[in-house]
Design a protein around this ligand. Structure first.
Ligand code: NAD
Length: 377
């Protein structure tokens, strides 16, 4: 991986750890983007990457996104993420999960892991047998599958988007096209159908859409057709980078609001949406429900409290849209500004605290010393 420090510097990471375990075949990278607001929390993605550079890029991109997500959600957490290189259907074993757990433990609590694509609640239960720095398991006070709360947050954020796009805040008769009816997509469809929305759905696996049709009633289109659906809201709940120069010209919606991470392929795609008069609810602001859910474990999980906090995603999205109008900037830029403001406030608070405590450790603060990388194990 040529230029590894250049990559890390360009994303602004504090720390990146590489792990390998010959016996189990574990090859993992843990990216810690920022610990300014607290320990870096973010899921572990297990994926059969094209090459190691692609895995590094993914962990850098995703962990930076977690910093912004936690900040906008008002959590005392930083941003981190892990990736395990390999096909989860082929090489995942209990021993490999244990090796990953030991890797997380070796980072000493600066990174807290959770599930992501290719990982399950059961895997987190395994990981938790060797490290206390894991959340989202089903045992010992674990909060389990976060996707219900993610869907609830998206539903709330979508309501704020409806208001700003002039639809009011009721879902009756509102047309929503959902791309991806997996964990989040399923629960989102449930909230929407219960509120009276008209659904159009797609997925690459027919059985995923069949259960939606059966349980809630929905029109079905092929994965390629979802962009052209005449709809009020397009809800991407499958892949990242799906808002790009190929898909945006096809869109016929007024709002994009969904759970997928990193929906904009590039910054200019945010502008392309605005040029078409489409209101975009920034992904890391609207999809924070799952993070809020797992983070609640750190203070002793209370379901009602989590529900209230996730419900406030309505207010967050509402104020991001208001700020974007006020400042004449795009919604994703307003979200970014909000995140940076909170991180800067956290940085100043931390500095003040350290000065007060006369904490000598501030002299090795990675934010001050420049970015650094450890190759561990
Ligand atoms: P999932 O794997 O359960 O569901 C994704 C679904 O998308 C699958 O059913 C898959 O078949 C489908 N899909 C994949 N490619 C597709 C395509 N080209 N067209 C149509 N459908 C396609 O994942 P999930 O947990 O529901 O997460 C969905 C998205 O939301 C992901 O991008 C994830 O990173 C993001 N997200 C999830 C959570 C959470 O709590 N699970 C939290 C934040 C963000």
């Amino acid at each position: 991986m040529v230029g590894i420090f250049q990559d890390i510097e360009s994303y602004g990471h504090e720390q990146v750890n590489f792990f390998q375990d010959k016996e189990t075949g574990l090859k993992a990278i843990i990216g810690i983007h920022s610990t300014v607001l607290g320990p870096a929390l973010g899921g572990c993605r297990m994926w059969n990457y094209e090459d190691e550079a692609a895995a590094l890029r993914d962990v850098l991109r995703l962990s930076r996104g977690m910093t912004f997500k936690a900040a906008v959600a008002g959590l005392k957490l930083g941003g981190g993420k892990a990736v395990i290189i390999g096909d989860s259907h082929k090489i995942k074993t209990r021993d490999l999960m244990l090796a990953f757990g030991r890797a997380v433990e070796a980072v000493g609590g600066r990174y807290i892991t959770a599930e992501d694509v290719g990982m399950s609640v059961k895997d987190i239960d395994t990981v938790r047998t060797v490290t206390s720095h894991a959340v989202g398991g089903s045992n010992e006070g674990g909060s389990g599958d976060p996707s219900v709360m993610t869907a609830f947050g998206v539903f709330q954020g979508m309501k704020a988007a409806l208001k700003h796009a002039g639809f009011g805040v009721k879902f009756e008769g509102i047309k929503v096209a959902v791309q991806g009816t997996g964990n989040v997509g399923y629960h989102l469809c449930k909230y929407l159908a219960n509120a009276g929305a008209k659904l159009t759905v797609t997925d690459i696996y027919p059985e995923q859409v069949e259960r939606i049709v059966k349980e809630f009633g929905a029109d079905v289109v092929s994965p390629d057709q979802i962009y052209q659906v005449d709809t009020d809201v397009f809800a991407p709940c499958a892949l990242g980078a799906i808002l790009n120069s190929r898909t945006i010209p096809q869109l016929k919606c007024k709002i994009v609001a969904g759970s997928a991470n990193n929906q904009l392929e590039s910054d200019k795609d945010g502008m392309a949406l605005a040029d078409k008069g489409i209101l975009y609810a920034p992904d890391y602001a609207i999809n924070a429900g799952g993070l809020i859910n797992v983070a609640a474990e750190l203070d002793g999980y209370k379901h009602d409290l989590v529900l209230t906090k996730v419900g406030k995603i309505y207010n967050t999205i509402d104020s991001i849209f208001e700020q974007s109008v006020k400042d004449g900037i795009l919604p994703h830029q307003a979200a970014q500004a909000l995140a940076e403001e909170k991180i800067e406030a956290g940085r100043m608070e931390r500095e003040a605290r350290r000065e007060l405590e006369g904490d000598k450790r501030s002299s090795i603060n990675p934010q001050k010393a420049g970015n650094w990388t450890t190759i561990a194990r």
